[in-house]
Design a protein around this ligand. Structure first.
Ligand code: SF4
Ligand code: SF4
Length: 383
């Protein structure tokens, strides 16, 4: 099966492919947890597989070959733990039969020699000239120390460093390294002297801003007021209505395209759209024709399906009504750079989603910093 090529809008900033939401670890504040509070294993229990919960590698090849190759736009493989996808054997097929460059977000669950053996010799697809490493390894202190008998960080550094034996560039300079280690700067996480000694001069290491509420304090900088903490900080009793669109192509394990991380994660916390997928498959994945009926009465409705012959990127460019404002995931509404460094170089804040017509209650106005600036995002009589 081949499908027509998609026309990528210039505004598309990121392609995220959640290969699987299964994970070998159970971090206490998992990135996939909309509430940032539960243990991963409780949120996404690995169930006995009765229904399909991912596309096959061959289906992904068809899907990804619709996306035109762009040197500056890698497809980011993520999860869960993407190296576990398809009994650990799916990645090689995808890398072999597509032309793209890929980035990989991983916790390095497999030993390096096992990981590399599953790449089908396609290391080049995970290497490109970029200011940061394409293989971004996340460090999770508690879970990794539990798994590797108290040696979590040093084991991770060794695994990363040993990739130099398998055709990857490993350098302490992140612009010259295909692999780097990242840790969320959660208030409970600390960079110890022992850690510094382990990575220094060997592998790039950086901390990433923690996005969420901890001990009643909101961490991170967000463009839209209360977008992530309206509910978690008890600012208001219910979420708000608004209109929203994304600048990212987010694909879940079954190939559904989602309008933001909250919709994607929450749909999988609720078990994933596995039944809807079964029905859609019978209808040749034609979401544009059958999606509305299949997802009738569902709050969390995807934007489309990547194997739908009629899917176009225009489906993502349109603003969609949303009633979940206030539960947004920090990575969607935090202020950041786009891939042209818009914020640092030109002072133009970029966010992964654009939100308008927020039905913000006037009773909350007094709590909003920069109210005058924020008003442009609120619904007015005229809008
Ligand atoms: S490694 Fe990542 S996906 Fe897995 S439990 Fe930890 S934060 Fe969640
Ligand atoms: S407003 Fe928030 S929850 Fe709704 S679609 Fe946008 S990012 Fe997602």
């Amino acid at each position: 099966m081949t499908l027509s090529q998609l026309e990528l809008p210039a505004s598309l900033n990121y392609v995220g492919l959640f290969l699987t939401l299964e994970c070998n670890l159970s971090c206490s504040y998992c990135i996939n947890d909309p509430e940032q509070s539960g243990q991963r294993s409780v949120l996404f229990p690995i169930k006995v597989k009765k229904q399909r919960n991912s596309l096959t590698p061959e289906e992904w090849v068809v899907a990804l070959n619709r996306i035109p190759f762009r040197e500056d736009l890698p497809i980011t493989l993520q999860g869960g733990e993407p190296m576990l996808y398809w009994k650990k054997k799916g990645l090689g097929v995808i890398l072999s039969d597509t032309t793209h460059y890929f980035d990989l977000l991983t916790n390095f669950a497999l030993k390096p020699e096992v990981f590399v053996s599953h790449l089908n010799g396609q290391q080049e697809k995970l290497k490109r000239n970029a200011p940061y490493p394409s293989i971004r390894v996340s460090y999770h202190a508690d879970e990794m120390n539990r798994t590797w008998q108290g040696k979590g960080f040093s084991e991770l550094v060794e695994r990363c460093a040993s990739l130099s034996n398998f055709g990857f560039r490993v350098s302490p300079n992140k612009a010259e390294s295909d692999v780097g280690i990242y840790m969320v700067a959660h208030p409970q996480n600390h960079v110890t002297d022992e850690m510094k000694e382990a990575y220094d001069g060997r592998v790039p290491f950086e901390t990433k801003e923690f996005l969420g509420v901890e001990d009643g304090k909101l961490h991170g900088h967000y463009l839209y007021p209360f977008s992530t903490d309206l509910i978690s900080s008890n600012i208001h009793p219910h979420t708000l209505r608004c209109e929203c669109r994304t600048t990212e192509l987010l694909l879940d394990p079954l190939g559904f395209v989602w309008g933001c991380h909250y919709y994607l994660y929450q749909s999988w916390v609720e078990g994933g759209p596995v039944r809807q997928f079964e029905v859609l498959e019978v209808h040749g994945f034609r979401f544009s024709e059958f999606g509305e009926k299949i997802f009738a009465d569902h709050k969390l409705v995807p934007v489309g399906h990547i194997l739908d012959p009629e899917f176009t990127m225009k489906d993502l460019e349109a603003f969609h009504a949303c009633e979940q404002y206030g539960r947004c995931i920090g990575c969607d509404t935090k202020i950041k750079n786009n891939r042209f460094q818009s914020y640092y170089d030109h002072g133009i804040p970029h966010t992964s989603v654009q939100i308008r017509n927020i039905e913000m209650p006037e009773s909350l106005y007094e709590k909003i910093e920069n109210l005058e600036q924020a008003r442009q995002f609120f619904k007015t009589e005229a809008s």
